[in-house]
Each structure stands twice: as structure tokens, then as C-alpha cells.
Design a protein around this ligand. Structure first.
Ligand code: CP
Ligand code: NVA
Length: 337
């Protein structure tokens, strides 16, 4: 999708997606394939016509609790919400787990009386699931050890901008079978695309996530492949993606992981096996000289800063769909009637 191609008349054409509104985004699996497409479609509109959405979430308030550091996710949620007229409150939870001081359900029952949404970055996926279970307002996963849904949606938005038809492209993910790999697998599955993941033995993606991605893929036509050989994954691929070898919380394993993952480094030799038009992707932060070399990340085929920019547009779309609902969409439509 080329976001420059949109005009205001298309605002009314955001795909209908009954049941999406006022739900949670704890896992990419919370969205059905039509809803994943709706996020990407709306993100394209919001990227090309940001002024049309100014004030769309006026009066809405969002609390953000982060147990881990963040540059991109925090700032794109804060800037995105501000640009829509809403307000965010950031709670630095890096000193202790969110539920260390009081029960998660008690926190949830406080927050639901004060704000309209909760964004969580946690170690345990169960913390985000628990908050969503107890809070009556939308809960958004801003990264857990298991998933990073906003990242996966953004990366497929970036791929769609570049290539158009996602069903015709292959993304090679090389490295740790981690949260980002999981979200790419699930987003790929919903969009009917093709992904090949190469990870060392013992560091493959979670078996349940792979099974779920394959199950979704049976409806959408997606192809989900997992292997150990980075050259097999990259051969002819349209995009090559990698992420850190030691995710947040695994830093103590970095030395051991550096040795195990060395054959998975995304360098000029490896990417020479990809299609000549291939783009290079990384969610950032990058550990240059480890999972990716300067020559690759700084090359003209690198789209890492497009990915970072698109976090803003995709998260604004997620906020609109979870918080705005029909009311805001109708208001936007009537503003252009
Ligand atoms: N890619 C990403 O989520 O970056 P941050 O950790 O800086 O939020
Ligand atoms: N896999 C990485 C992603 C950072 C955005 C981590 O969890 O640290």
C-alpha cells in the first residue's frame, strides 16, 4: 500500500470489523485477519492524512506501565496519543514488577475508573493477560517476553508500503525465536504472506505460536516455515529481518548467545543470497557488529528508520480502533460529508 495514494474520500472506506471496538490487544491473535488488515489500512490513511485525525481522541486518557526500557514504543504511543488530542501518563516500572506492591486485579479496578486504556510492557505475558482479564478498558501489549504485536503489525505495514501485495513476498527472519519473531509469524499468518524463520537449535520460536500461525495460515494461505539454516531462510527473500540475540531480561546470557548466534549474523555475505531488491529490517535497538553489521543496517536497502517511523502511524490506528470506535469514525466521516 502506498500511503501517498490516499485521499479524504477513502476515510469512509476503513473496512468494517464488527467486534473489534473496545477490545484488548494482548496478542496478535486477538485480531482476526480482517482486523489486522483494518489496522494496516487505517494506518495508511492516518499516515497520509494526519490532520484529518487531529482531536479524534480528545478527552481520552491512557496509562502506560513499562517494566523494561523503551525509546520507540513509549515515544510513539505518547506522541501518537497527543496528536489525536488524548493524554498519556507514563509509569516507570523498571524498579519492580507491576504487581509487586499490590494485586494486579486491584490495580486494574483502580485504573478502569480513571483512564480509558492501559499500555503495558512487561516480562511476563501473563501480567498483560491478567490486566486485560480484570480491567474493563482496553489493554495493549507494548512488548512482553512472548509477543510484540505493535511491532509485527508495523513491520508488515512497512512491507506493504514497499511491496504492495503481501501475498507475493517472502520475509526471512534470522536469529532468536523471540517476541518479535512471534509477532511477525502471527501477523504474516493473518495477512496470508510467506515467512521463513531461521534460528539455532534450542532458540526456535515457541511451538504453540508456530502452530497457531500455521492454523491461521490455513484460512489465509500464509506459508510458515521454520528452519536452522540462515542461508536456506534468506535464499531469494524479499526482506531480511533480524533482532537482538539477547532480549531485555536475557542480558546475562549475552556472552553465551554471541557464540551460538554468530552464524546467524546478518552481514553482506548472508544478504547476498536474498533477492537483489531485498530490504533489510530490524525493530531496533540494534547491536551493531553482533546480529547485524554496519554495512547492512546503513545500506540503502535498510528500512529500519521507516519501521521506526511507522510505529507512530500504526499505533495511532490501533488507538483509534480500540478507543475511538464507531463514534469517532462517524464523526470523521461526517466532518467530510
Ligand atoms: N522496537 C522497539 O520496541 O523499541 P523500544 O524498545 O525502544 O520501544
Ligand atoms: N526482542 C527485543 C525487542 C526489543 C524491541 C527485546 O525483547 O529486547
Amino acid at each position: 500500500m502506498n500511503s501517498q495514494a490516499f485521499n479524504t474520500s477513502q476515510i469512509a472506506s476503513v473496512p468494517e470489523s464488527k467486534g473489534f471496538w473496545s477490545r484488548d490487544l494482548v496478542s496478535t491473535r486477538d485480531l482476526n485477519p480482517a482486523e489486522v488488515e483494518a489496522v494496516l489500512h487505517l494506518a495508511g490513511l492516518m499516515k497520509s492524512l494526519p490532520a484529518e485525525f487531529r482531536g479524534a481522541l480528545a478527552g481520552k486518557q491512557m496509562a502506560m506501565f513499562f517494566e523494561k526500557p523503551s525509546l520507540r514504543t513509549r515515544l510513539t504511543f505518547e506522541a501518537g496519543m497527543a496528536s489525536l488530542g488524548g493524554t498519556t501518563f507514563f509509569m516507570d516500572q523498571t524498579h519492580e514488577r507491576i504487581d509487586a506492591r499490590e494485586k494486579l486485579s486491584d490495580i486494574a479496578h483502580n485504573l478502569e475508573r480513571w483512564v480509558n486504556a492501559i499500555v503495558l510492557r512487561t516480562f511476563d505475558q501473563q501480567t498483560i493477560e491478567g490486566m486485560a482479564e480484570h480491567a474493563s478498558i482496553p489493554v495493549i501489549n507494548a512488548l512482553s517476553d512472548l509477543e510484540h504485536p505493535c511491532q509485527g503489525l508495523t513491520d508488515y505495514f512497512t512491507l506493504q508500503e514497499r511491496f504492495g501485495d503481501l501475498k507475493k513476498i517472502c520475509l526471512a527472519y534470522v536469529g532468536d525465536g523471540n517476541n518479535v519473531a512471534h509477532s511477525l509469524l502471527l501477523t504474516c499468518a493473518s495477512l496470508g504472506s510467506h515467512i521463513r524463520v531461521a534460528a539455532p537449535s534450542g532458540y526456535e520460536p515457541d511451538a504453540q505460536i508456530v502452530a497457531d500461525a500455521r492454523s491461521i495460515g490455513q484460512q489465509t494461505g500464509a506459508t510458515i516455515e521454520v528452519c536452522c539454516d540462515p542461508y536456506e531462510a534468506v535464499a531469494g527473500a524479499d526482506a531480511v529481518y533480524t533482532d537482538t540475540w539477547a532480549s531485555m531480561g536475557r542480558e546475562h546470557e549475552a556472552g553465551e548467545r554471541c557464540k551460538i548466534f554468530q552464524p546467524y549474523q546478518v552481514n553482506e555475505e548472508l544478504v547476498s543470497s536474498a533477492a537483489s531488491h531485498a530490504i533489510f529490517m530490524h525493530c531496533l535497538p540494534a547491536h551493531r557488529g553482533q546480529e547485524i553489521t554496519d554495512a547492512v543496517i546503513d545500506s540503502e536497502q535498510s528500512v529500519v528508520f521507516e519501521q521506526a517511523e511507522n510505529r507512530l502511524h500504526v499505533q495511532k490506528a490501533i488507538l483509534m480502533l480500540l478507543l475511538g470506535g464507531e463514534m469517532s469514525r462517524l464523526q470523521i466521516r461526517s466532518a467530510h460529508a
